[in-house]
Each structure stands twice: as C-alpha cells, then as structure tokens.
Design a protein around this ligand. Sequence first.
Ligand SMILES: Cc1cc2nc3c(=O)[nH]c(=O)nc-3n(C[C@H](O)[C@H](O)[C@H](O)COP(=O)(O)OP(=O)(O)OC[C@H]3O[C@@H](n4cnc5c(N)ncnc54)[C@H](O)[C@@H]3O)c2cc1C
Length: 446
Amino acid sequence: MSSALETLRRDFGGDIIEPGDAEYEAVGRSKLAAGSPAHVLRPRTAGDVQAAVRFAAGSGLTLSVRGGGHSFAGFGTNDGGVVIDLSRLASIEVLDDERHLVRIGGGATWGEVAAALTPHGLAISSGDTKSVGVGGLTLSGGIGWKARKYGLALDSVVAAEVVTADGEVVAASADENPELFWAIRGGGGNLGVVTAFEFVAHPTTEVFFGKITFPQAEAVEVLQGWADHLRTAPEELTSIANLANPLAGGPAAPVEIHVAFDGDDPELAARALDPIRRLGTVLDDDVAPHAYADILVEGGSPPPGIEVLAHDGFVDRESVPEVLQILAEVGTSPGSPSIAVRSVGGAVSRVPADATAYARRGAELMVATVAGGPAAVVEAARAHLDAIWEKLDPHINGAYANFLTAATEEDVAAVYPAATYERLAAVKRQFDPSNLFAHNHNVRPE
Ligand SMILES: Cc1cc2nc3c(=O)[nH]c(=O)nc-3n(C[C@H](O)[C@H](O)[C@H](O)COP(=O)(O)OP(=O)(O)OC[C@H]3O[C@@H](n4cnc5c(N)ncnc54)[C@H](O)[C@@H]3O)c2cc1C
C-alpha cells in the first residue's frame, strides 16, 4: 500500500470504496454518467474531506467532487481517479428561526431540504427536482420554482465552509474571504469542496402549482403571449414552457405551460394565471394548491447505457420573439429534443452582474434542450441538435453551466463573460493554484 493510502486510511473516518467492494457498482457511477474511479471516498465530517482532498492532491489522480451526482457533464465521476462523494454530509439545521438561517451539508439534496424546512414554514429557491444536489445546483446558479420572487439558489447563500486545495478549512462570507464568497456563487466546483452552506430561507405557504396545456398548433401564439405576460406578471409567478415532452408524444405533445404561483391566495393566483389561460385553447389545467415540498419531482437515473445530451442558452429581451418562433417550429417537428424554456428575470435580474460569479443576470429566459437514448441514437441525433443550436445561436447570450453536457473552452466562455472569468482565475490562483478542482466548467489559474 502506498504511504498516501496509508495516511488516508489513518486520517479518514468515512467510507473508502474501491473496485471489488460490494457497493462499488452503485457508487462508481454518477446519476447521468458511467465511471470506474479507483477510490470513492465518502466523508462524514469536514475533517474527512480535508484528508480526502490531501490524498487526491498527493496522488496526482483526477479528482471528482460529487454532491447530488446530477451533472449532465458527468463531473461527479471519472475513470481511474478519486471521487469525493459528499452524500453523508447532508445535515440540515435551522440555526436561527427568526432570521431563517439554515445550515446545509454540501451533499444534501433539495428534496431533503424541502422536507426538513416544511415544518418551519420555510423554503429555499432552488430547483424542481428532489434528488438534485444542493452543491452543484447552488454553486452554478439554481433556477427553480421561486426564482422570479427570490432569485437563484445562490442568491440566498450568506456563508459557506470550504475545504480548499491545500486541505485547509476556510470560511467564505461577505466578511470572511469575500472574494472566495463571490467566486463560489457561480464558479461551480472550481474553488474547493463546500462542506456546508448557510442560506437565508424564505417563509412559504402552499403554492398554486400545475400545468396548463395547449394544442401544439398554437405553439407560436402561446409562447409569445406567455413571454409577454411574464414581463408584467407578479414575481410570485415563475413558469416553464415545455415543448416536445417525450412522455407526452415528443413533437406531437401539447405545449405545456408549467406554473408556480408563490402564495396561497386564490384570487391573486387567478389574477396572475388567468391571462395564461386566455392565450389559446386550454386542453388541460391541473393548477391547484400544493405544499412547496410536494411540487418537487423525484429525479431518477437513466438505466446504464442511456446517454443524455443537454444544451442551453440565455435569451435577452430583444431576442425573445425570434427564439420562441424558432422553438415553436423545432419543437413541433420530427426529431425534436425535449425543450424547456424557463422564466428568469424578476429577482434574478435585480442582482448586479458583478455581485456574484453568476453574471448572466439580464436574461429573460433560459432555453434548455435534452435528448436521450442509447449511445447510437444520441450520436445520430447530434447533427440535428447542432443545427437547432446553430439557428438559435445568433439570438443567445451566454449559457447556464447546469444544463450543459459539454465542457469545451467555448462552453466555459459562454458561461463566464471575460471579466467574470478573469476575476475567477485570480481567486483560483489564490485557492487552487495547481487546478486540483478541474473536473467542472474549468477556470484555469494561469
Ligand atoms: C433531473 C434534473 C433536474 C434538474 N433541475 C434543475 C432545476 O430545476 N434548476 C436548475 O438550476 N438546475 C437543474 N438541474 C441541473 C443541476 O443544477 C445540475 O445538474 C447540477 O450540477 C447538479 O448538482 P449535483 O450536486 O446534483 O451534481 P454533481 O454531479 O454532484 O455536481 C455538479 C458539479 O458541482 C460540483 N459540486 C457539487 N457539490 C459540491 C460541493 N458541495 N462542493 C464543491 N463542488 C461541488 C461537482 O464537483 C460538479 O462539478 C437539473 C438536473 C437534472 C439531472
């Protein structure tokens, strides 16, 4: 046994899972990617994370840090390297009921958070899926059902505990290491392992939630009317328009307008939602009050052998009509990927672009396409997907890291405007000069 491994076994109190171990099959892969790491390290404490980071740094092996394991790019696993799997660092503690201050382990999932906060009448603007990790979603943004009212998940973060590349535990907040605090809010996993986040949660009631569907022949009018309405609708309304839902007929599927109205007053909800109902011929409308924790869906993991290709882009106001026109055509034509158009704006866009490392604050919409299937099917679909994005590209302004399967230099440049990238690189030079944390949309320290 190498001396680095001996030191790890001495200092690390969590699980060490290696090829041949009973659990290896389950923990080697992440939710969307196969992998065959040499060591999966599952820490129980920040001290274990320190030992794991020191081991990885000393080994020279590729390092993947896994929160909830949902990265489309497969960042949560690798072949032959080290995976630090944070799933046992998942405690959720309300620190201060009056200030709504909540401390959450870096490996918790949003379903666990929503369930733990419901008895306190609290929630955090996050995402739409229970099994998605607090870590990955928050560090790159977090666009969920309360986005227009409360902003991104990362906008509610007030402090974090970070294990940096040298194995030290560092505090990040407005008062302590403020540049690191700026950088982790948008810089993804580039800066270190976040062992705990502190969020200010929001009081929540039941929310009006559901979907209103329209015939696909009305796609253009419905989408344009939907986007117009969101400009003046109350910020309690956050919405996603879906086209070509593969579970509802793909390109033959109706246009689905999913809505979340953050409040339990039926009159206010109706005032925000009725203009959507008037956009076309309503086929179905199941909007009803639900507990916030219940509107998050289960995630699930595609069976081995199924690949997923995701791509996304932000749309500024002036490009909305062109983009929706293109999407309405694409989404109702054969071979369409599944398309989701998320409303942002509202509280997301009130935060200055340089206040966090998530800089694409001006967008009104975020478009994501997802195609999946056996490798050969996905490969065959690639040219069609590329053609769709070529058509969209002149109207797109940057990308959201969290729905990208690819992580090329072009993708990184789409995620980070030049000024953000340079500032991140400076923080990277300070906290990770040798680029240990590279398995992400990588900001290089040089
Ligand atoms: C089914 C599904 C639904 C989704 N819904 C939404 C949604 O509603 N809104 C939205 O904004 N996004 C959504 N996403 C995208 C999601 O935000 C990203 O996939 C995100 O990367 C997942 O985070 P994770 O921790 O689960 O993934 P992981 O694969 O574990 O991590 C992703 C990246 O973050 C890093 N990381 C994770 N945790 C930590 C940590 N504690 N410290 C340091 N680095 C860390 C990893 O190293 C990796 O680079 C969804 C994805 C899926 C698959």
